[in-house]
Design a protein around this ligand. Structure first.
Ligand code: NI
Length: 146
């Protein structure tokens, strides 16, 4: 690999044993590859602590569509936050449950707030925000929403 610097890492035997277990479970070809991923994850997570940072991510929710008014509430919430949602994907999971994935962009604080709002709607069984990347904000200028 070009431009890489080799570093030495000291680990306690127990920690290394646990680490190697995860490495083989996840199918990494080397410890270096696994450590690179961990460092990248950790750096990315650090970016997620600044609520003013502009981010792209996804909100995944599971809900019981049989709960009275839940469809209207979720639709109203999403229309109220159009500036943060570019796409909604809906999957009918089984007889009772739906999964909805929102592709979202905006200030991290706004995305967290939206996730909390969704979580507090009665009938929402699970709602999780996952950050993908820092964003440039270009999504808002492409005319994806009207
Ligand atoms: Ni459904």
């Amino acid at each position: 690999m070009d431009g890489v610097t080799r570093i030495g890492v000291s680990l306690e035997p127990e920690l290394l044993k646990e680490f190697d277990k995860i490495i083989s479970k996840k199918g990494y070809v080397s410890r270096s590859e696994a450590i690179r991923d961990l460092v990248r994850d950790s750096l990315a997570e650090n970016e997620w602590k600044n609520d003013k940072e502009f981010m792209s991510g996804v909100i995944v929710m599971i809900y019981d569509h049989g709960v009275t008014g839940i469809g209207e509430k979720l639709t109203a919430m999403q229309h109220g936050r159009m500036q943060n949602i570019s796409t909604t994907i809906h999957v009918h999971l089984d007889h009772d449950r739906c999964m909805e994935v929102l592709i979202a962009e905006g200030e991290l604080g706004q995305l967290k707030l939206m996730t909390n709002d969704i979580s507090s709607i009665k009938g929402v069984l699970r709602c999780k925000l996952t950050m993908a990347s820092q964003a440039t904000g270009h999504m808002h200028h492409l005319g994806v929403r009207h």
